[in-house]
Design a protein around this ligand. Structure first.
Ligand code: NI
Length: 178
């Protein structure tokens, strides 16, 4: 498997609406998932979506025990989520800082639904359904946005809250997205 190039903001392939996965439990899908994990781990990411490596399919991965990029975030289960759907549970929103491997060097304050239910499938086609709050809910919403051509700055309400990680978080040890 391989560490793939991560597309950066400005590449029009990041604006596509991803195609649903039609066949599960295939060597092609397993190879894609392995490349996503290799690429995410090499970048110390908290999540990654297939469009970020130029693959036009509705596949995201996320999860970590402890993220050096988000040291205050609680653990999120290691997950492969295919053809996802998100339902907001209630109207509550929370603002939180996000970065993106496709927007290196920057962080922004982004409003997200505070409580969600998400569903989809694993690579074998088994259904996944979970509720999530806090950073778990945030990372799922962020990754699934990549499947509809949305990067986090497009969700921001105040672009003054977009800035360089080294300026906003000078004490953060791991600024490896830069
Ligand atoms: Ni991202």
């Amino acid at each position: 498997m391989a560490v793939r190039e991560i597309l950066k903001m400005g590449d029009p392939r990041l604006w596509r609406v991803a195609q649903p996965v039609a066949a599960f439990n295939t060597r092609e899908l397993d190879a894609l998932v392995a490349d996503l994990f290799d690429t995410m781990e090499a970048a110390n990411g908290a999540g990654l979506a297939a469009p970020q490596i130029g693959v036009d399919l509705a596949v995201v991965i996320f999860g970590f025990k402890h993220s050096t990029r988000y040291p205050d975030a609680e653990a999120v289960p290691q997950t492969v989520l295919i053809n996802p759907k998100i339902v907001h549970l209630g109207d509550a929103e929370e603002e939180g800082w996000e970065g993106c491997l496709s927007v290196p060097g920057l962080r922004g304050l982004v409003p997200r639904a505070a409580h969600i239910r998400y569903s989809g499938f694993d690579p074998q086609g088994a259904p996944i359904e979970r509720e999530a709050t806090d950073f778990h809910a945030r990372v799922v919403q962020h990754e699934c946005d990549h499947l509809v051509g949305v990067l986090y700055p497009m969700r921001m309400r105040d672009l003054r809250r977009l800035g360089y990680t080294e300026v906003l978080f000078p004490d953060l040890a791991d600024r490896s997205d830069e």
